[in-house]
Design a binder for this molecule. Structure first.
Ligand code: MG
Length: 220
């Protein structure tokens, strides 16, 4: 029963992420994509975004080795910008504590994020996410919904995706899992918690969302 959490904007924030992404591509491609080009990307994962920008710039899709080179360049920038002696990310204390309580209560909890896998590992460590929580970052050829489906493979439901943006809600819907929003950037009929919500509120909201599905499985 994976309870899947997005990272950026959901568990905390690393400001300036898109600037670092543009810088990394500038180093690799000779010139950084413009803000407008980045904003025009339809995808929400790093693979989708960099692949889309690569098609725009070079007329063809991104090779896996080129994605790994991007990952290394991007990670180096995050490691420098968010070195403990430079600055700390903002950590949503109650949400992260609630995530850890869900783990302690026996739930399977995953991070499913649009960051490249190594950048996700770095960010999760900087936010102090328990290493028992598997990390699933952006992989070649997979959309966010594809990543969610990959996390659910071989696991019985109920499942859940927790995120902060419309693309998270849409990916949850495409993957057929319920959605819990964090913050006010994601509108819709789903439940929402503020980024400052306390741990117990997260636990209560998550267990309230998955319990009816559990009961219907047990008592169809
Ligand atoms: Mg996010």
């Amino acid at each position: 029963m994976p309870l899947c959490f997005d990272l950026d904007g959901t568990l905390g924030t690393f400001g300036g992420g898109y600037a670092l992404l543009r810088e990394a591509l500038g180093e690799l491609w000779g010139a950084a994509p413009t803000r407008e080009e980045l904003r025009a990307c339809a995808g929400s994962t790093d693979w989708e975004i960099v692949d889309e920008l690569h098609r725009l710039r070079f007329g063809g899709g991104l090779a896996e080795e080129a994605y790994l080179a991007f990952e290394a360049a991007c990670l180096a920038r995050f490691e420098a910008a968010f070195h403990p002696e430079v600055q700390d990310p903002v950590r949503f204390e109650g949400i992260v504590e609630g995530l850890h309580r869900l783990v302690d209560r026996g739930h399977q909890v995953w991070l499913v994020s649009g960051n490249t896998p190594r950048t996700l590992a770095f960010k999760a460590a900087r936010l102090g996410i328990d290493p028992r929580v598997p990390r699933l970052g952006s992989l070649p050829g997979l959309s966010r919904a594809g990543l969610i489906r990959k996390a659910l493979e071989g696991c019985a439901g109920p499942h859940l995706y927790v995120g902060d943006r419309p693309h998270d809600r849409e990916a949850a819907s495409e993957a057929g899992v319920p959605f819990l929003g964090i913050g006010d950037a994601v509108e819709g009929a789903h439940p929402v918690l503020g980024a400052e919500a306390e741990a117990e509120r997260l636990v209560h909201a998550v267990e309230g969302l998955v319990a009816p599905h559990l009961n219907s499985r047990l008592h169809p």
